[in-house]
Design a protein around this ligand. Sequence first.
Ligand SMILES: [Ca+2]
Ligand SMILES: [Ca+2]
Length: 496
Amino acid sequence: MKRLTLFLILFSIGFISFAQRGGGATTPSGTEQGEQFRVPATADQNFTADDSEGNSWDLYELLNDGKYVMLDFDYDGWPYCPARVPDLNTAYNTYGCNNHDVVILNLTPDPSNGDASKQYPVLINGAGGGYNHYCTPGVPGSILIAPNKDVINNNIYPTTSEINAAFNSAGISEHDCSTTPTLKAKFSGTPVEIHPGESVTFTDESTQADSPITSWHWTFTGGQPGTFNGQNPPAITYANEGSYKVKLKVGDGSDNDETVKQDYILVSSYCSASATTTDDGYEYISKVKLGTINKTSQSSGYSDFTSESTVINYTPKTATVTIVAAYQSDKLHAWIDWNKDGDFGDANEHVCNGKDASSGSVTFDVVLPTNHAEGETRMRIRLEDSENNGNETPCGENQYGEVEDYTILFPPSGINTLSDNVFAIYPNPSNGVFNIITTSNSNSEITISDVSGKVVYNNNTNLNNVSVDLSDVNKGIYIVKVTNETGVKVERVIIK
Ligand SMILES: [Ca+2]
Ligand SMILES: [Ca+2]
């Protein structure tokens, strides 16, 4: 169903293009004045994709290397796309065959593209989401992205004259394909996603011009050591969570070149997770309510909402997650890293296990388990379409849906002592028969509920020692609440 919808959208895009462009027979420059483009103003989303020859391309890596990137979009079967191939080949050859200022990439939604007439790289399979995210309303069409990620032209109809005009106004120089690039600072790091305290190994990949490179100056923001002079730096250790830039400046005695990779090293306690489709037309998490968390949001694949937090204690709190454009096979998951070891794989941590989300709303209860850590921890919520490249784990990608992270605060020690009133439970754990001892002389109400909030015992008493028999209830954690004129206190009781 979704594929059909996508096809219809793409077909419609092509048809609109045809209509707007007078059949594609003339250069359409200026005919779309006032048209609502959905191309983002900046390259706000990376993509990594293979071309039809098996080479890998990474948008941000190209931009971080100081390249302009022209993304050209076409749709096989639409006759005005092949007609533009000669002009794009001319541009590819005129501007240095992707070895100089600008890299020309063709993006297609088709899984295979056997058009051998294209000399420039053809990124297949929708270019890892790049096609849908950056595509112009009219196809064929191209956009030009500057190294600072600004989309400086969102509508180039790919004729030689329009491409030249766009490249000239950006200051992109013509280059002979036969000349090799001059001195160029380049490097890579591995791995680029680590946990706090781990290290990254960096490799110099700079290319020299007519004379050998004689100087290398590295800057590792957030790393230890923070700088290094020389070709081969030691392993760089990152202590704290965050995303960090890396800079390399090289020189050959007469010229220098510098490359900065922004947000290149990602240091996180938790595995990365996201959905690949970020279009608001498909299902996404629009609202999460839990305690003091009340967060509305759009679709974004992954959102770090860890600045949003709530206290979870032994009294169950109900989370409500709202989903826009819910699909019949949508499932909701939530995890809380109760023991704060940086993963979501321990007992009780999968707090919502694939609940049906097709109605657009899911609720689940959260209650503090035994043996929790202190301080604060992470909650991860994932919406997945279980029948279309779903993912029921807390790590990695799913296609349709979204992942959002929040912060859970553990109650400060003593939060249960809301008054001087104290009571004790023994034995605890028990087989269901236990005693509640209070030190109060006044009347007390004793309420016992399960973690879902269902009351299983209620008693008003002025006794200091109450014997309770819950041997016929299910095994598990129950919440004992004692209320009297001096206040309220809550404790857990475990029935084995
Ligand atoms: Ca969202
Ligand atoms: Ca854990």
